[in-house]
Each structure stands twice: as structure tokens, then as C-alpha cells.
Design a protein around this ligand. Structure first.
Ligand code: NDP
Length: 332
């Protein structure tokens, strides 16, 4: 049994936060050998709801849960923290301009970045769930100059899971038989879910799809929009945005990052670019990654065909525009 790790969850009283903390306490975040202390950060007006969540966590009598504290101050919430699940964000309300949204979120994520810089543990790492997630991660990293940039990542694991599940359904395969799916770019409608390196039971996915009469027009016209638009589909059918699947993805993201990805495949994470695949250095973009020894490495040397390149460039352009907008507003 290792020493307890402090895990800071922002937006802990929100939907995704609520769905995440119980599974984190059950060992789904850092595995069955690492006890955790939960720091729940909320806005002052949601603090009491977070205190209610803390009571319920106590009632779970989780053997791995060594304590729960509730905060409305970022400095206190990130003090000694090893893992940040940055879920809370300002949602876009009706009639809100994009600049206002970026501004509101830049306020939240710059404060949290500074708090991490001031007091987080040496091994701190964070996944940003709150949208616009990639740019929020970029902002937080920019305000934590003493923390390696690669410790600030954003969630595209839900997109990855959606792509894997859609491919499994279309080919009649089991999810466990799928390898090599990748999400590139921004966690937004411009993302590129890539099947060109995917395999189904060891065979090229595009070949298996073609046998079923599903060609590149299916990939472009059905698969990609289905994955990128799945959030809207869930809202339409469920009557609310995805919650448990987003929580599951956030837990999987951190767990694989810390404990390693399976030996024979990769996953997708939005990480600061090292310049790979022409993505400007520093931009937080989704890539296929392999995690070993607590580090997420971008899978090198994949051949990207022209379609893939065009899609990736389009999404990266959007990321650059978001960064420029934040810079223009003087928020970096
Ligand atoms: P949710 O828990 O449903 O969502 C939280 C964030 O996750 C949103 O920004 C949402 O973006 C984002 N998200 C990212 N990917 C997905 C996905 N695939 N599906 C659904 N959501 C996704 O929001 P709630 O409003 O229930 O909860 C937010 C909580 O955060 C509130 O309790 C609020 O008080 C708190 N908060 C805390 C802050 C802090 O701790 N400093 C700051 C701001 C808010 P999108 O809106 O685009 O769906």
C-alpha cells in the first residue's frame, strides 16, 4: 500500500464531478493500492452541495478513501495535490459571445494554474474536462511556470471511447478486439477521429469495413460526424449532457497516464505538442499516446495520408485561433 495521494476535483458538485468522485474513492483512478485524499473545490454558491457529496463519500466507507475536504479557495484545494481533475468550467449560456466564454474560463483556469504552481506536489498532473478543455489546459499551464507543461492535459478519451465503440458496432467486433484508433486535434466538432491505423481482430479496420460495404464515404459521412456529434446526440436522446461516460473517460485518462497503457495499443490524450505531426509546439492537441513510467509520449512516425493531414490541420487551426483569442484578450 503506497502513501495516500491528494486528488483535487474542481466542479465537484456538478454532474460529472459527482459521478467521478465515488469511482475515484473506489480505486478506479489510481488503482487498488493507492489510498486517496479528496479535495473538492467548488464555487462558493455550490460549496454546500459539495459538502453534501462529502457526507455521501463518508457513507461509502471506502477503504481507500483517507479523507475528504471541501474548499472554495483554489490555493487551499491544490495544496499538496498530486492529481487535478479540472471539471468545473463556465458553460456557454444563451447569447454569450465566444470572447466572454473564453474570458470567464481564462479567469478560472489562470487562478487554478497559479494555485498549482504555488502549492501542488512535485508529481502533480492534471486533466482538464471543462470546456474549451484544450485551451483551458493551455491557460492553466501558462500560469504554472514552475510545473512542466506536459503535466497539463485535456480530455479526449471520451471521443476515443466513442470512436472505438462505433467501429466495434460497425464491424460486429468486440470492443476488446479494436486497436489503434486515434483522436487528433481539438475536443470540439473539428476533432479528427482516425481509423487509418486501426485494426479489428488484427486486421486493418478499413479493410474489414470495406468488406461490409462501408468505404471512405462512410468514414467521412457517417463515422466522423457520429463521433464528433455524439455529445449532441446524447443531449437529444437523454435530455441532458453526457455525465457517467465523461466521468469514466476522465478516470481512464488518469489511470492509464499513471499506471501505463496496455502493451499492444495506445490511447488518445490532448497533450502539449512537441512539434510532432506539424502541430505547433505547446498547443494542447489530441494525439495517440503511449504512457510508461508516468509519462505520456506521442506515438511517433505514423504515416498520415492527405485526408488525415487536412483534417488535423483544420482542427489545429481552430486551436490556434482559440489561443490567439485568449492572447488578444490579454489572458495569458
Ligand atoms: P458538468 O459536470 O455536466 O460538466 C462540467 C464540464 O465538463 C463542462 O464544462 C462541460 O462542458 C465539460 N465537458 C467536457 N466534455 C464533456 C462531455 N463529453 N460531456 C459533457 N460535458 C463535458 O457541468 P455542471 O454544470 O453540472 O457542473 C459544473 C460545476 O462546476 C458546477 O457545480 C459549478 O459550480 C462548478 N464550477 C466550479 C469552479 C471551480 O471549482 N472553480 C469553476 C466553475 C464552475 P460543456 O459545458 O461544453 O458541456
Amino acid at each position: 500500500r503506497s502513501r495516500p495521494a491528494t486528488v483535487t476535483v474542481t466542479g465537484a458538485a456538478g454532474q460529472i464531478g459527482y459521478a467521478t468522485v465515488f469511482r475515484a474513492a473506489a480505486g478506479d483512478l489510481l488503482g487498488p493500492d493507492t489510498p486517496i485524499r479528496l479535495h473538492l473545490l467548488e464555487l462558493p454558491q455550490a460549496r454546500r452541495a459539495a459538502e453534501g457529496t462529502a457526507l455521501e463519500l463518508q457513507d461509502g466507507a471506502f477503504p481507500l478513501l483517507e479523507g475528504v475536504e471541501v474548499f472554495d479557495d483554489a490555493d487551499a484545494a491544490f495544496d499538496g495535490s498530486s492529481v487535478g481533475l479540472l471539471i468545473g468550467a463556465r458553460p456557454r449560456s444563451q447569447g454569450m459571445e465566444r470572447a466572454d466564454l473564453l474570458q470567464a474560463n481564462a479567469g478560472i483556469f489562470s487562478v487554478q494554474g497559479r494555485a498549482v504552481n504555488r502549492g501542488a506536489a512535485e508529481d502533480f498532473r492534471a486533466v482538464v474536462v471543462g470546456n474549451p478543455a484544450n485551451t483551458n489546459a493551455y491557460i492553466a499551464a501558462s500560469h504554472a511556470p514552475d510545473v512542466p507543461r506536459e503535466r497539463f492535459t485535456a480530455l479526449t478519451r471520451l471521443d476515443h471511447h466513442r470512436a472505438v465503440a462505433q467501429l466495434a458496432e460497425a464491424t460486429g467486433a468486440r470492443v476488446a478486439e479494436i486497436r489503434g484508433v486515434a483522436i487528433w486535434g481539438n475536443h470540439s466538432a473539428s476533432q479528427y477521429p482516425d481509423l487509418t491505423h486501426a485494426t479489428v481482430a488484427g486486421r486493418p479496420a478499413l479493410e474489414v469495413l470495406a468488406e461490409r460495404g462501408l468505404g471512405l464515404d462512410w468514414v467521412d459521412g457517417t463515422f466522423i460526424p457520429r463521433v464528433a456529434g455524439r455529445g449532441a446526440e446524447i443531449i437529444d436522446v437523454r435530455g441532458g449532457s453526457s455525465v457517467a461516460s465523461a466521468a469514466h473517460a476522465a478516470l481512464s485518462h488518469v489511470r492509464d497516464w499513471v499506471l501505463g497503457t496496455p502493451a499492444d495499443t495506445w490511447t488518445s490524450m490532448a497533450v502539449p505538442s512537441d512539434g510532432s505531426y506539424g502541430v505547433p509546439e505547446g498547443l494542447v492537441s489530441s494525439f495517440p499516446v503511449v504512457c510508461r513510467d508516468g509519462r505520456a509520449g506521442i506515438v511517433p512516425d505514423l504515416a498520415l495520408d492527405e485526408f488525415s493531414r487536412t483534417r488535423l490541420e483544420r482542427s489545429v487551426r481552430e486551436l490556434e485561433e482559440e489561443r490567439e483569442a485568449v492572447q488578444r484578450l490579454g489572458l495569458l
